[in-house]
Ligand binder design. Sequence first.
Ligand SMILES: C[S@@+](CC[C@H](N)C(=O)[O-])C[C@H]1O[C@@H](n2cnc3c(N)ncnc32)[C@H](O)[C@@H]1O
Length: 224
Amino acid sequence: MRIHYAIMSNDALESAYQAAHISWGYDALAWLLFAPVGGVERLRRQALEHLGVTPATRVLELGCGSGGVTRRLVGLGASVTAVDWSEPMLEKAARRAPAARFERSELTAYTPSPPATFDLVLFCFVLHELDHEARAAALGVAARALSPGGRVAIVDHALPRRGLVARALSRFVHGFEPPSSRAWLRDGEAEQVLRDAGFEPGPRLLLASGLAFALEARRSETRA
Ligand SMILES: C[S@@+](CC[C@H](N)C(=O)[O-])C[C@H]1O[C@@H](n2cnc3c(N)ncnc32)[C@H](O)[C@@H]1O
C-alpha cells in the first residue's frame, strides 16, 4: 500500500496545536476515524483495561490533548498528572477531567517533580508525531518519572494488515500525520524504540480492527 504523508515540521506541528478550535477538530477527527471500527471510546476503554489502571495508579499522561483519556483515567480513580504544549487542548482537558493536575510543557523538556513517583507513564497517540530523537528523549522523561517497578505504556496508530475499511481509514488518517509517523508504523518499531531506551516491551494488543495498538514496557533488568 502506498501512503502519502503531509510534510509538517515540528514548529508547524506546534503552531497547529495552538489553533483556537484545534481540540474540537481533533475530537471530531478521532471520532470519525474510529467510528467504523468500534469507536474511539471503546478503543480507550480496552486500552486502559489492558493496562490495568486502578485507583492506586499514579499516572503521568504525556500529550494528554483534549482529555478524552484523562477523563477515563480519573473515572477509574487514578491520580493523574497530564502534560501537553497546547493551551486550547489543555483548556478542554481541564473541563473534562477537573480532578487531574495539568501542566503545559513541551514533552521532551518536561521535568517530573519529584522524579520517580509515577506507576504508569502513558503516551496515547503522541509518539508517532515525534521524530526519532524526540521519541528517545520523551522515553527518557518517562524513565525519570517512573517509580521502581513502574511501567511505560504506548497506545498509538498501527498499520492494519487486513480489512478494506481499516486499510482505507488508515490511508486517510496518515495523510494528515507528520512524516515521523512513516517509520513509526513499521512492524516492531515501537518495541525497538522502547528497547533502545532501556525498556522491555510486552506483547502488542491490537485494537480497532488493527488500526491501533496498546503495549506496556518495564525497565530492563540490566538497565534498572
Ligand atoms: C494526536 S493528539 C492525542 C491526544 C490524546 N492523547 C488522545 O489520545 O486523545 C497528540 C497530542 O500531543 C501533543 N503533543 C505533540 N507533540 C508534543 C510535544 N512535543 N510536546 C508536548 N505536547 C505534544 C499535542 O499537542 C496533542 O495534544
